[in-house]
Design a binder for this molecule. Structure first.
Ligand code: NAD
Ligand code: IPM
Ligand code: MN
Length: 352
């Protein structure tokens, strides 16, 4: 059986804490289901930047390209501006490997108390398909003062027909495999160019999927409805920035940022996909050993699912589900517990 080669970039803050804690568990889950994989670790990130003046070496994408997948912890450090670190490591990988589908499941698991009154196990279960290579993150713009009466910054969003169609089509395909309901989120009342274009693309692609029921929501109303009626969402498709914001809401209504997994997927074999927890480097809890490793474990599950290794993917996902349902199992403080990262992982070992 082929060995999967996985690049691992632990990154900054709690990134190395959750990645290192989860790796032995992931190895056990793979071994138990007859899957072999090898990891190569890249110590890139802000410490590397402070030594070398760059977040990763110039040939980093060449070095990553041959891997079957990439696992990333988190990026971001209080001593270096975020736009430097994120544009130096995370965003160039998403863009460079054309990982245009950012897939973020939001599930309210048994044993988790949602902050939303009346919501219990399974009542929230939707997946966000976030456009991941262009839109508001296109990095088109500038900042100028000279010659202008008032200093001015421009940040343009870029929406191409190809880029919009492919994320919308991926979301429709997902809807056909789920409940057949798709919510497209825009701001086409105010953004008459990009978002009206997005609505037109959705209408065009919808003709290919007559069985999918399409709902359109403005992003402000969507933020409200994710709190008011999250049970009605199935597949959500949104632009890069809107998808970013809405998935933080999704994480919180399903329990914690520490539980939210994510895949940055390039759907062909041309480039590797990258998997990572939705959360960041969490400088407020770094070094205390209390970071929740479950988002990382679930993200590894998404990685194996993407590689076609369903048994390993299910073993990891089910171990998390099983742990959360057990009232006596250890929990990190973000889930109301008082245990640490290691205790959560060793309990998971016993549930594989
Ligand atoms: P964050 O996700 O790092 O933290 C937000 C809150 O959630 C904090 O209170 C944190 O303690 C908590 N939290 C996050 N992950 C947790 C976990 N696994 N267990 C328990 N609690 C957890 O977001 P932020 O504070 O806005 O950003 C911190 C840094 O991370 C910034 O530099 C930001 O740019 C960066 N960031 C990186 C990524 C990424 O690498 N993908 C994602 C988001 C933010
Ligand atoms: C995420 C993060 C990143 C994003 C930041 C750190 C650039 O918030 O993965 O959700 O906006 O995509
Ligand atoms: Mn985010």
């Amino acid at each position: 059986m082929a060995t999967h080669d996985i690049a691992v970039i632990p990154g900054d803050g709690i990134g190395p804490e959750v990645v290192d804690a989860a790796l032995p568990l992931v190895e056990d889950a793979a071994a138990a289901s007859g899957v072999t994989f090898e990891t190569t670790r890249f110590e890139w990130g802000t410490e590397y930047y402070l030594d070398h003046g760059e977040m990763m070496p110039e040939d980093a994408l060449d070095r990553l390209e041959g891997f079957d997948a990439i696992f990333l912890g988190a990026v971001g450090h209080p001593e270096v501006p975020d736009h430097v670190t994120l544009h130096g490591l995370l965003l160039p990988i998403r863009k460079g490997f054309d990982q245009y589908v950012c897939k973020r499941p939001n599930v309210l698991f048994e044993g988790i108390e949602s902050p939303l009154r009346g919501y219990g196990s399974g009542d929230i279960d939707f997946v966000v398909y976030r456009e991941n290579t262009e839109g508001e993150y296109a990095d088109v713009g500038g900042r100028e003062h000279r010659g202008l009466a008032h200093e001015t910054a421009v940040q343009s969003a870029l929406f191409t027909r190809r880029g919009t169609e492919r994320i919308v089509r991926a979301a429709f395909e997902a809807a056909t495999e789920r409940e057949g309901h798709l919510t497209s989120i825009t701001k086409s009342n105010a953004q008459a160019h990009s978002m009206v274009f997005w609505d037109d693309v959705v209408a065009d692609v919808a003709r290919e999927f007559p069985s999918v029921d399409v709902e359109r929501l403005l992003v402000d109303a969507a933020a409200m409805d994710l709190i008011r009626r999250p049970h009605e969402f199935d597949v959500v498709v949104a632009s890069n920035l809107f998808g970013d914001i809405l998935t933080d809401i999704g994480a919180q209504i399903t329990g914690s940022m520490g539980l939210a997994p994510s895949g940055n997927v390039h759907p062909s074999d041309e480039y590797p996909s990258m998997f990572e927890p939705v959360h960041g480097s969490a400088p407020d809890i770094v070094g205390r050993g209390v970071a929740n490793p479950l988002a990382t474990v679930l993200s590894w599950s998404l990685l194996f699912e993407d590689l076609g290794e369903r048994r390993t993917a299910n073993a990891l996902w089910d171990a998390v589900v099983d742990q959360l349902a057990a009232s006596s199992a250890p929990r990190t403080p973000d889930l109301g517990g008082s245990e640490g990262t290691e205790a959560v992982v060793s309990d998971l070992q016993s549930r594989l």
